[in-house]
Ligand binder design. Structure first.
Ligand SMILES: [Zn+2]
Ligand SMILES: [Zn+2]
Length: 314
């Protein structure tokens, strides 16, 4: 047990190449491992320099999360201020004031530092326990592509069912209602949610790669980072409140996007999935008046067919 604990709190990277500064460590790594690419050298130097894998991974994932979440929100803030883009706003006339956006940012930041930051230190030990690799070189592009595609599907399924459950009576009232404060969402509102919701829905993002790794023992932490960044982009974009002729769902019809999730915030019912449209389509939970009209038309034609079949039997 003690050995296991020490292993968690030390570095599996080449200690002899560690130097007093990060740039010196990077030079040592570059000289010793000339076959590595730039990103792999930066990665190896970071672990060698830190000399503590738990802190190295924890810090890296926290910084990645903050950088890419707020970084992705920035273009939406800029777009809000450019009149040309206003014709692409889904809920026309709805303006999210700077004060409202700042209040949302403050709440999200407090949650990141008080709820997420303490849990982030568990990430490396959990990855280690399930046999996730953090060695160099990184896996091939193809490996990362199929694994991340699978995580998108798994997370979307988890999100659909749990989000649907969060709309049930007491769960909605005590947990999910906070996220629905904004009926016309904006990028920063993506993570505006109660800590319990963050943990329930976040489990889909973190749990999917962990489940895959537990079953196959074939996963790299770098792949998980890429997945987390893409999932952040998906969540921020889905809350952006803008629908463009070049939005992804026009090219990938099963991709959800802002068009799908904005209706969820507007109508409160339906469109529970995160990345894809298939669960809501298959289970007839699409949101909005058009989906409702289609549903009624489908039900009508079904009962007409049943009545015609019953008449034939008479
Ligand atoms: Zn909801
Ligand atoms: Zn939302």
């Amino acid at each position: 047990m003690f050995v296991y604990f020490v292993e968690f709190w030390s570095s599996s990277y080449n200690v002899s190449l560690a130097a007093a500064t990060y740039s010196e460590t990077y030079r040592n790594i570059s000289d010793a491992y000339i076959h590595l690419n730039l990103l792999e050298r930066l990665w190896a130097a970071w672990y060698a320099y830190m000399q503590n894998d738990v802190i190295a991974t924890g810090l890296m994932i926290f910084v990645i999360h903050e950088l890419f979440y707020f970084g992705r929100c920035l273009p939406w803030l800029v777009i809000d201020g450019i009149p040309y883009f206003q014709k692409y706003k889904i809920q026309q006339g709805k303006v999210n004031s700077w004060k409202e956006q700042w209040q949302c940012t403050r709440t999200v930041l407090i949650s990141h530092f008080t709820v997420e930051l303490p849990q982030i230190w568990l990430f490396h030990p959990i990855c280690n326990y399930f046999g996730m690799s953090h060695d160099v070189p990184f896996p091939s592009f193809l490996t990362m592509f199929y694994q991340i595609s699978l995580f998108f599907c798994l997370e979307d399924t988890w999100h659909y069912w749990n989000h649907r459950l969060l709309h049930y009576g007491p769960f909605y009232k005590y947990i999910h209602k906070q996220h629905h404060l904004y009926s016309a969402p904006f990028g920063l509102a993506a993570e505006y949610a109660s800590p319990i919701e963050v943990m329930i829905l976040g489990l889909g993002t973190i749990g999917s790669p962990i489940l895959w790794c537990a079953l196959t023992k074939n996963l790299h932490i770098f792949t998980v980072y890429i997945w987390i960044v893409l999932r952040l982009f998906q969540a921020v974009d889905a809350h952006s409140g803008y629908e463009f002729p070049w939005s992804l769902h026009h090219f990938l019809p099963f991709w959800a996007g802002a068009d799908h999730h904005d209706d969820h915030h507007k109508y409160f019912i339906g469109n529970y999935a995160s990345s894809f449209r298939w669960w809501d389509f298959l289970l007839d939970t699409e949101a909005g008046p058009k989906a409702k009209a289609d549903r009624i038309a489908r039900q009508q034609s079904k009962s007409e067919k049943a009545a015609a079949a019953a008449k034939k039997l008479e």
